[in-house]
Design a protein around this ligand. Structure first.
Ligand SMILES: NC(=O)c1ccc[n+]([C@@H]2O[C@H](COP(=O)([O-])OP(=O)(O)OC[C@H]3O[C@@H](n4cnc5c(N)ncnc54)[C@H](OP(=O)(O)O)[C@@H]3O)[C@@H](O)[C@H]2O)c1
Length: 512
């Protein structure tokens, strides 16, 4: 009797997922191509895709920004950006083929003439490169300009999808700055593009280790039985940066880290940690589960007790003297913007009732690290003396997202010797140690998915709205308060108020 047959069945699985997925011919237009994101991430990702053979010969790239550049200037800039920031080695023949399809349009987002030039540039490329009239528009520009670009694309007939051609729009975060503005932006975008053509970027979802969470949870039998409030005591989700705001004062101040990180990355990580198993990884199913769990998240019950915010002050970090937030260039003296935020939320469903989820994020913290840690309940009975288990904490499963991607299981083990002394040890899985292939950059995966029209890794508007519904009451509470964010030292793990917040529940923050 055959108990199981894992050979691929061409009828059941018409697409062999091991074959590389290659994008079809198209034009990718990047608005804001001279900016930080495009230079450091987007253009290198396009090159890496070309280098991996995942872009077709009929691919073209158009950059749009205000600078007065010619096509050749732009090609040189892309060349430099790629050489400096690409993940894969530079190969002249790949570059040659890519550079033949590179163009630049100099113009203002609000200017009709610039869009007429853009339209004719795209039309020329459609003809020369045989793109089939397929276009993706990547909005890597200040968020205030999103509605204007979308309106311009409509007015210049660039959003139309006819006779099998597609037109997609890719929107960078942040999607709105509160629930009302997110709804308004969505109203504008959805009046021009159908929802299947809108790709909202949360680059965390493009990271291999985030996707590995789904493999860990749903491809194994080992974890599911303990993945609930019978065994899990609390969950800590951390995204810590060791850098300050850099030159991005204009963007950061007024937005703050809760809007910049909690609303999107951390709540998406929470959703993937806490959601039920989707019936498949098809976009609709996956989103349905994420939405369901986000709808069950309750904002903190006591804003004063279950939230904390802070702001870094200058000092020494990693042997270097660093400025405090208020000394950073372009920051107004009376700012109330936070550079650290921690919140406790609860999920009101059968699986998670009674398990607090602690989310924290901050700049200029002790280390750059992103992780999800499930802390387990203590054994109900310990047949040891109290001194035997003095150094035994709680069991933990830690999903490390960056850097050192991997999974750690922490549990108690006997210290060798004649005494029964129990101490915590770690069992480690590191991506780098188990797989020879290096992980693609998140933006490679996401840009390829846009060109393929494959949406599971892009949050839909409902998820964005639900996230704002969780965050808005916290932001309102902070805005109404006369208090300023509490100070914390650069290179520390955040303000004392955050330690006090979690200590009220009898926990401490992990020091990863
Ligand atoms: N940087 C990151 O790491 C990062 C991470 C996540 C999300 N994002 C998001 O990505 C987007 C871009 O961020 P960024 O950091 O790259 O910003 P940035 O460095 O300030 O670049 C903004 C770009 O927009 C162009 N631009 C500004 N106003 C324009 C106008 N009126 N007409 C035409 N072009 C205009 C600028 O070019 P010219 O000045 O040459 O015109 C520049 O290319 C933002 O939505 C941001 O929230 C950025």
């Amino acid at each position: 009797m055959i108990l199981s047959d894992h050979r691929p069945n061409p009828l059941r699985d018409p697409q062999d997922r091991r074959l590389p997925r290659i994008a079809g011919p198209c034009v990718l237009v990047i608005f804001g191509v001279t900016g930080d994101l495009a230079t450091k991430k987007l253009m290198p990702a396009v090159y890496d895709l070309a280098n991996r053979g995942l872009l077709p010969p009929g691919f073209a790239l158009v950059g749009f920004a205000r600078r007065d550049w010619e096509h050749q200037d732009f090609a040189q800039i892309v060349h430099n950006a790629v050489k400096e920031n690409a993940r894969t080695p530079f190969r002249e023949e790949v570059w040659q083929q890519l550079s033949e399809g590179i163009r630049f349009v100099s113009g203002q987002i609000g200017d009709d003439e610039s869009f007429a030039t853009l339209k004719s540039t795209i039309a020329d490329l459609d003809e020369a490169r045989g793109t089939g009239g397929n276009h993706a528009f990547y909005l890597s520009i200040p968020p205030g300009l999103f509605p204007t670009v979308v309106g311009q694309l409509r007015d210049h007939g660039l959003a139309e999808e006819q006779q099998g051609r597609w037109s997609r729009v890719v929107i960078e975060k942040p999607f709105g700055h509160d629930l009302a503005s997110a709804r308004e932006l969505n109203r504008v975008v959805s009046s021009v593009f159908p929802s299947s053509s809108v790709f909202r970027i949360d680059h965390y979802l493009g990271k291999e280790t985030v996707q590995n969470m789904m493999a860990l949870r749903f491809a194994n039998q080992l974890f599911e039985p303990v993945w609930n409030n019978n065994y899990v005591d609390h969950v800590q989700i951390t995204m810590a940066e060791d850098i300050g705001i850099g030159g991005r004062a204009g963007y950061f101040d007024g937005i703050g880290i809760a809007r910049d990180v909690i609303q999107n990355h951390l709540l998406q990580l929470l959703a993937l940690t806490a959601m039920e198993e989707p019936t498949s990884f098809e976009a609709r199913q996956l989103r349905a589960e994420k939405q369901k769990v986000l709808a069950a998240v309750r904002p903190p019950k006591r804003m004063d007790l279950h939230t904390a915010r802070g702001r870094y002050v200058g000092g020494w970090q990693g042997g270097e003297k660093v400025a405090g937030y208020l000394e950073e260039k372009g920051i107004p003296a009376d700012t109330k913007t936070e550079t650290y935020a921690a919140i406790r939320v609860d999920i009101e469903n059968r699986r998670w009732a009674g398990v607090p989820f602690y989310l924290r994020t901050g700049k200029r913290l002790a280390r750059r690290v992103t992780e999800i840690a499930l802390g387990f309940k203590r054994a109900p009975h310990l047949p040891f003396t109290a001194t035997d288990t003095e150094e035994l904490g709680y069991n933990a499963l830690v999903l490390r997202i960056q850097p050192d991607e991997g999974v750690t299981l922490r549990f108690g083990a006997k210290v060798p010797g004649t005494q029964m002394e129990i101490r915590e040890v770690n069992m480690d899985f590191a991506y780098g140690g188990s797989f020879t292939e290096s992980s693609p950059e998140a933006y490679e995966r996401l840009i390829l998915d846009v060109l393929l029209g494959d949406p599971p890794l892009f949050p839909q508007h409902e998820e964005v709205e639900l996230s704002w519904q969780i965050l808005d009451p916290i932001l309102d509470f902070w805005a109404a308060s006369d208090d300023r964010p509490s100070d914390y030292d650069a290179g520390s793990w955040g303000p004392r108020s955050a330690d006090e917040m979690i200590a009220r529940d009898g926990h401490t923050w992990r020091r990863p």
